[in-house]
Design a protein around this ligand. Structure first.
Ligand code: ADP
Ligand code: MG
Length: 695
């Protein structure tokens, strides 16, 4: 029994845990005893001493003990149970708005009560609302806690006391057994300056009194740090292993015929920026190698990543292989389709299209063309990798705006795209500048190329923050801009995460604008329109037939109409900074001066004001992303779809950022000297979540 690993021990093995309670724990992501031990307290309370009631001041978090001198139900605006307790220094009222008859019965006059809570000023002097309490048995002198009391994140119907009791049992199990194995050999732990695991877990759940409570609450509990380190290391090792595995895999060696590339370059009305050239050189080198490329192409909005994608695709095609380009939204995929068709058709290259909404007949035709190799480049949404899509010779997969896909999706795709032993090369593009800290964990398996400059001849975007009370002025500005031959966007932002409502709001706005601007041609685009309609609208906007385009955030990524120089974003306070930056990146794509008007609803909170200032003052995506990370946390920055690998149990990328450098170095040491602990670590922290690690 003792050798049974702790992550196999079900919660129901613990006293007082039945299947109902187990389900509550499941809601917290706790499925076994190990999970329980890795469930980290939010904060700690000092219940190691009992304070005198007479010395309490308002706002104190204190533990008190006294005799019940009065117990009455008061009927006022809200019914409450009031229980007055006193010691030999003073009195305080414990007040309960929710209580049961049994509870009232138990709190009998004359009984001794020990309670913990915050002292507040009430009607009748000091009061405590809903304190945690226990009624003491007269005969026993109940000892006070000998360590700080943990307060855990919990869920409705699971009381702190219960949770604490169960956690304490788990901790007992840990003592004197080796059920939670410390995978770090002592010499490695020493080298890395790490505590032993069992010690760390104890420090997290039962910190001794002599550890300052501020050390456990305000900064990070050292035990927690040790666990976070291990978790981050496990993630890093997992990514590194994927990377190393890919080095042992084989990929087609693509050595392009330069002629195709040169003829393409000759058709472009501009020359490549230095960043673009360098990125393509790096890619070309990777593509020629016999193991698959895994490269992240990072470049701010408008830096010209699409051209680099085109060069890479041509490289593969010229080498006799097919390429696939996947975009996260249909609108973006369609934009790419237009561009690539314009570019590639004159070169005699057939470009195919596949989306979830392709008609059966079109689809069949396309699948035939893919299978016989006549379709050289396939563009679309994630429909590109549905099971029945078979390529003849897929050599390169390009994923645009990767931040919209999860890390998991990217890794899973890698597996799907392989045919037999041959793995296609992969190019991942993203405009969301990834803060260094995130890049180190979420993209540790990728090599990176960065395009750090924008194409020349752009005029910086002017951003203004304007109250919606000045809507009429804004409408006037649109009229002026459009009269001078420019085009404009009016972006309606997300309402309560509901796409349907968002589209509706856009339609209402559209009607209003049509009335207010009768001389302009106005149209609308949103996610609920048919693809054909969307394509048509985008084409009309591109050729200038539409002057003002009312849109939802569907245009956030990729849309490229250089003549559009004015953008109004309604309720910008609802969006994240990086998202605003992305949206704004739709303008400022030519030498005309561009303006972005952030039309906020009053009143605007200070936090929102501060966030919008960041956008107004900066057009540097990296700076904005760092700020966004600071203000909102990593989950939000990468988008909810990124849940996958970016959700940690103990670690928090923002808080634990300073660990990442050490984690990276430790990962290299482990890879070189202690490969035997890689599997157990990955299993412990990523468990079943990752099964595409290739062998
Ligand atoms: P992103 O990196 O945001 O995907 P795009 O690839 O959409 O940017 O490019 C933005 C715009 O810049 C497009 O209109 C594109 O034609 C133009 N562009 C790209 N490269 C250059 C260049 N070297 N010189 C001038 N314009 C360029
Ligand atoms: Mg793009």
């Amino acid at each position: 029994m003792h050798s049974e690993p702790i992550h196999h021990i079900p919660l129901t093995r613990l006293k007082g845990v039945g299947s109902a309670l187990e389900r509550k724990f499941n809601q917290l992501g706790i499925y076994n005893v190990q999970d329980l031990l890795f469930h980290i307290p939010l904060r700690y309370e000092d219940r190691t001493k009992i304070s005198s009631i007479g010395k309490v001041t308002i706002g104190d978090q204190v533990q008190l003990q006294g005799e019940i001198v009065n117990n009455t139900v008061r009927f006022g605006r809200r019914r409450s149970l009031n229980c007055v307790i006193g010691d030999n220094t003073g009195f305080i009222t414990l007040r309960f708005f929710h209580f049961s008859a049994a509870q009232k019965e138990a709190l009998q006059t004359g009984k001794q009560v020990r309670c913990f809570g915050e002292a507040k000023r009430g009607r009748s002097g000091f009061e405590m609302y809903h304190p945690e309490y226990s009624i003491l048995d007269d005969s026993v002198n109940k000892p006070v806690a000998d360590s700080l009391t943990p307060i855990y994140p919990t869920t409705e119907g699971l009381q702190q006391g219960r949770l604490r009791n169960v956690a304490r049992q788990a901790l007992k199990m840990l003592e004197g057994s080796d059920q939670v194995q410390d995978y770090f050999p002592p010499e490695l732990a020493h080298q890395l300056g790490l505590q032993r695991l069992t010690e760390a877990i104890k420090l997290v759940h039962q910190p001794p009194i002599d550890i300052a409570i501020s050390l456990t609450n305000e900064t990070v509990n050292p035990g927690q740090k040790r666990l976070a380190f291990e978790e981050l290391l496990a993630h890093r090792l997992c990514m590194r292993r994927l990377r190393n595995d890919s080095r042992t895999q084989s990929a087609p060696q693509l050595r392009a015929a330069d002629e195709l590339i040169s003829s393409y370059l000759r058709t472009l009305p501009f020359t490549l920026t230095r960043g673009q050239q360098k990125a393509y050189q790096q890619i070309a080198q990777d593509l020629a190698s016999a193991s698959p490329m895994l490269r992240l192409l990072q470049g701010d909005v408008g830096s010209g990543k699409t051209v680099v994608a085109a060069l890479s695709a041509l490289h593969a095609i010229a080498s006799g292989y097919q390429a696939a380009l996947m975009a996260p939204t249909e609108i973006l995929a369609e934009q790419h389709l237009l561009n690539f068709k314009n570019w590639f058709t004159p070169l005699g290259i057939k470009v195919g299209w596949l989306s979830g909404r392709s008609k059966a007949s079109e689809r069949r035709q396309l699948l035939d063309n893919l299978a016989d190799g006549s379709c050289k480049l396939l563009i679309g949404t994630h429909a590109l990798f549905q099971n029945d899509v078979a390529y003849l010779r897929l050599g390169l997969v390009i994923i645009d705006e990767q931040h919209r896909f999860g890390v998991h999706q990217r890794l899973a795709l890698r597996e799907k795209a392989a045919t037999g032993d041959i793995n296609p090369h992969q190019l991942v593009m993203t405009a969301t500048p990834i803060p260094r800290t995130l890049a180190m964990s979420a993209y540790a398996d990728l090599d990176t190329s960065v395009i750090s400059e924008l194409p020349p001849g752009r005029t910086p975007i002017n951003t203004a923050i304007i109250s919606s009370a000045r809507r009429d002025e804004v409408i006037e500005r649109i009229y002026e801009a459009c009269s001078k031959g420019s085009q404009a966007y009016w972006v309606c932002t997300l309402i309560e995460e509901s796409e349907a409502l968002q589209c509706q709001a856009a339609e209402v706005t559209m009607e209003r604008l049509v009335k207010q601007l009768p001389n302009l041609t106005i149209d609308i685009i949103h996610g609920r329109m048919k693809s054909k309609q969307k394509t048509e609208v985008m084409e009309h906007f591109k050729i200038g037939k539409i002057q003002l385009l009312v849109a939802t955030t569907v245009i956030e990524v990729g849309v490229d109409v250089p003549n559009a120089s004015l953008m109004v974003i309604e309720n910008p306070e609802r969006l994240g900074l990086s998202q605003l930056h992305q949206l704004r990146g739709r303008i400022g794509r030519s030498s005309i001066e561009s303006h972005c008007l952030l039309l906020y609803q009053t009143p605007l909170s200070d936090a929102s004001k501060q966030r919008l200032q960041v956008i107004r003052e900066s057009t540097d995506g990296f700076h904005i992303a760092e700020k966004d990370l600071e203000l909102r946390g990593p989950g939000q920055v990468l988008g909810t779809q990124q849940a996958g690998l970016m959700t940690f149990r103990v670690a928090d990328i923002t808080r634990d950022a300073e660990l990442l450098g050490e984690v990276r170095d430790a990962a290299e040491i482990v890879l070189q000297q202690y490969p035997e602990i890689i599997d157990p670590l990955i299993n412990r922290w990523l468990g079943g979540r990752i099964n595409y690690a290739k062998v």
